[in-house]
Design a protein around this ligand. Sequence first.
Ligand code: TXA
Ligand code: MG
Length: 352
Amino acid sequence: MTRVLRINEKNIDHNKIRYAAEQIKKGKLVVFPTETVYGIGASAFDEEACKKIFEVKHRAADNPLIVHICDFRQLQSIAAVSQNLLDKIKKVWPGPVTFVLKKKVLPDIVTAELDTAAVRMPGNKIALELIRESGVPIAAPSANISTFPSATEARHAIKDFNGRVSVIIDGGRSRFGLESTVINLSRKPYTLLRPGAYDLKDLERVFGRIIVPKKINDTKKSGKVLSPGMKYRHYSPNTRLVLFSDNDLISEAVRLAKLNKLRFALLCSEETAVNFRNERVIILGSRKDLGSIAKNLFSSLRKLDTFNVDIGFIESFDEHGIGLPIMNRLIKASVGNIVGHRGDLLKIFNSG
Ligand code: TXA
Ligand code: MG
């Protein structure tokens, strides 16, 4: 049912792209790589095909999709953009940033009936070629079942969607491993809707000041949601994940887990791992290179579920640069299980 096509981004096999594009034109679903994470795509103009994305992902209908384009002609067919804004957007695309813009023509299902559309030109040649060959913009959310970690390797998408999509393009590991930054440009002041792989400071150099809502990485349950997708439990493994907003409490947690006979795994930097040589550890990367942590994050969360443990303990990171989206994903992946002081630990162990 599902064909897995291995394509090398540096030496693209156009026959394979043509085959995948044929499927898009026929209203089928195609999983494809981008520089951020894998996407599960369909023709953005095909309402029925887009409906299937929501079905196979178990995605809530009020959570709109990102529309992926390969050139600026496509942008102007789906969104209203002034010349001034277009000049700025051209400086950052293709790249790992999505813009919410005034919508022109797109089926309501794609935009969840909003009058705006989220658009992105991905910085991955396989994705760009697929869109070009399909001749239409491709609507694609991340290629994971809703609430679970995003796919950063084809095997993740195969696990979630084998038999449910026509093609899965295997383009290797995602370069960034975290989703695009989402910015609302549809009205001023411009605001950050989701931190992501494109550094906010670099975007501000082009677009001027971008408002970062205070609650974007609030560790407490926040009220109003900024972007439809931000209100759901997200990025979570099946295994209970506990995030330490104070990393000094990890040792205490390990001691208590042993006392309570809980099987646990530690997800941490190589620097932290040296203190836990005898424990079951998944190394995320180095604290000195947060990009490495980002790249390994989702695959590590998926790996946790293969360990057969009761609980996963994950370390927190500085919220600067790519640390901001890393922490954003960790906070969402561990909702209700964030440890900032000793009292929180007792709650974790008492609730089993
Ligand atoms: O890197 C990425 O952005 C990946 C790759 C595949 O491109 N895609 C991705 O899509 O992460 P998804 O569906 O997992 O996340 C899209 C986010 C959601 O939080 C959604 O609510 C928001 O973008 N979004 C989409 N359209 C919107 C709109 N019109 N207004 C506000 N937020 C919107
Ligand atoms: Mg997603």
